[in-house]
Design a protein around this ligand. Sequence first.
Ligand SMILES: Nc1nc2c(c(=O)[nH]1)N[C@H]1C(S)=C(S)[C@@H](COP(=O)(O)O)O[C@H]1N2
Ligand SMILES: [Mo]
Length: 253
Amino acid sequence: MTGIITRRALVGGIVAGAGTLVAGCDKLGANPDFQKLLQQGERGNYGLQRLLQDNTALATEYAPNQRSPIFRSNGTAMPAGADYARHLATGFADWNLIIDGMVARPQNIALNEIRSLPSRSQITRHDCVEGWSAIAKWTGTPLKLLLDRAGVSPQANYVVFHCADANDGDPYYESIDRIDAIHPQTMLAWALNDHYLPVANGAPLRLRVERQLGYKHAKYVNRIELVSSLKGIRGGKGGFWEDVAGYQWYAGI
Ligand SMILES: Nc1nc2c(c(=O)[nH]1)N[C@H]1C(S)=C(S)[C@@H](COP(=O)(O)O)O[C@H]1N2
Ligand SMILES: [Mo]
């Protein structure tokens, strides 16, 4: 956040504080006027933020002693199902990451190989719309490096992350644009505070997209899909909470 007024403060006028309303989304989500308001704010938000933003600016990084005593979990803390249980029991020894869709060379990369690739560490603040923030150190593989292996087609505008957990039977997923995908701090993280990820924080692989809110940081990622449009993916809004509760797709902070 570099400006004197934050981008979120600026767009607040447009979306009428949608960011603070979404917590009570159960009732509001059903209201068509509220949906319209969110979608208007959405277009303004994405366009305005992308216009004002330096696309390569880094999110603030902190010193080791500024880390929060604990980094809590939110959403899924333990994915249900026999598949994940088996992976957990074997220490994720045969967890693979698929990269497919609009790529020249579809990939199926073993977790161990991902962990052996050049990595980056960063101490950043995570902001959840449910009203908590925490600072932690993340270590992982820059997403750009993985995407370059796959050879992203020029028509692939979005990167979709598919997750191994399901909320009410509906698997979590998220997506980002190419600007955030190649940003130097955007990574598939495999360690939190110098230990392999705890299950509650997305073991064995989770997205860090530091300039966006918490719900964009998909946990338990096992597949990355490159697409030209988000329309064909599930509800068409680009993410689990975007589809079910009208959260903004672009959640820049
Ligand atoms: N697969 C998956 N990813 C997810 C969620 C989830 O429920 N499932 N919750 C999201 C939300 S709302 C937040 S704030 C962060 C929380 O990350 P943490 O559990 O490591 O704190 O993960 C995000 N990614
Ligand atoms: Mo969140």
